[in-house]
Write a protein that binds this ligand. Structure first.
Ligand code: PEP
Ligand code: MN
Length: 349
């Protein structure tokens, strides 16, 4: 259930409600909004009588959360969540772009791609050091060396860093390098990993599984939230359908669906969503027009020689052009997209 406190409820009243819920056997999650405090009570105590809470001083109303996910639902938190990564606000008015190579390959590749990402207005460098490849014979990533290269490039270009964690045993290592942990599509239901990330103190980007429903995606986010980590970003990256022209079918409708059901930011990955370089820009434009909070895009300084996902990686010049287009689209729906580089370079003259 969710307990919505009155606007002027005192701290003492909030504490009494929390104590009552704990006594009833619930796990309690407090969310302090601009106007009201909302307390989420999660647990299986079917016999608990909500009236015991309803009658406490300072309680405005008690709602039952009917969705199977609780903390991820808009009922629990009506206001959209902002995930802060340093000075970057994810889930606010600005559309945030994470971009970079599929995998870190070598110093020159990571550095020059990071420079291109920064130049075009990307805020977060992406890149895999541990790669979940369909074939065990494909390039599996550089491991810690890859993380070192990515971190150095992110620092050099004043970017934040997101990279995939494939297993709970890697969390400690990644913690030293990344700003955001990425949970890949194939790991969306690795519940041990999700639970451990619930204890982590850095944001987690959870990608939709290849054949996962939106409800399953939200339940995976719930594992992280239930562990106490409220900094979760969701990512639509295409699902497997009967269509074979594209690598996956990018579900643009997931954006408004998630935004109705959940307060968590929703990103779109048009690279894995289509698998084809020429389809990335149109789908990125569609995602921003549909209200995505951000994009995750593969960019490579030399995609034709990439060790993974070259066919869907943009050339730096294509990424540059795409960002310029997004700067025209975003304001049409009341959003913005990094403007600094435009001003510096006098773009449009
Ligand atoms: C990736 O982002 O490089 C990746 C492997 O994505 P996904 O998990 O969506 O396939
Ligand atoms: Mn990839």
């Amino acid at each position: 259930m969710v307990v919505v406190m009155e606007e002027r409820a005192s701290e003492d009243q909030v504490q009494k409600v929390i104590a009552q819920l704990v006594e009833m056997g619930y796990d309690v999650h407090r969310s302090t909004g601009a106007l009201r405090t909302v307390i989420g009570a999660v647990g299986n105590n079917r016999k608990a009588d909500p009236r015991l809470v309803e009658m406490l001083d300072g309680v405005h109303e008690v709602l039952r959360i009917t969705e199977p996910y609780k903390l991820a639902s808009r009922t629990f938190r009506p206001e959209s969540t902002i995930v802060n990564v340093g000075d970057i606000r994810i889930g606010g008015d600005e559309v945030i772009v994470m971009a970079g190579p599929c995998s870190a390959e070598n110093e020159q590749q990571v550095m020059s791609t990071a420079a291109a990402v920064k130049r075009a207005g990307g805020k977060i460098l992406r890149g895999g050091a541990f790669k979940p490849r369909t074939s065990p014979y494909s390039f599996q990533g550089l491991g810690e060396e890859g993380l070192q290269l990515l971190r150095a490039a992110a620092n050099e270009h004043n970017l934040k860093l997101v990279s995939e964690v494939m297993d709970a045993s890697q969390i400690e290592l990644l913690e030293r390098y990344v700003d955001i942990y990425q949970v890949g599509a194939r790991n969306m239901q690795n519940f041990t990993l999700l639970r451990e990330l619930g204890r982590a103190r850095k944001p987690v980007l959870v990608k939709r599984g290849i054949s996962a429903t939106i409800e399953e995606l939200l339940l995976s986010a719930e594992y992280v939230l239930a562990g106490g980590n409220m900094e979760v970003i969701l990512c639509e990256r295409g699902i497997r359908t009967f269509e074979s022209y594209t690598r996956n079918t990018l579900d643009i409708s997931a954006i408004p669906v998630v935004q109705k059901l959940s307060h968590l930011p929703i990103f779109v990955d048009p690279s894995h969503g289509t698998g084809r370089r020429d389809k990335v820009a149109p789908m990125a434009r569609a995602a921003v027009a549909a209200g995505a909070d951000g994009l995750l895009i593969e960019v490579h300084c030399d995609p034709d020689h990439a060790l993974s996902d070259g066919a869907q990686s943009l050339f730096p010049a294509q990424f540059d052009r795409l960002m310029a287009e997004l700067r025209i689209i975003a304001p049409a729906i009341g959003r913005s997209i990094c403007l600094e580089p435009v001003a510096r370079r006098g773009w449009g003259q």
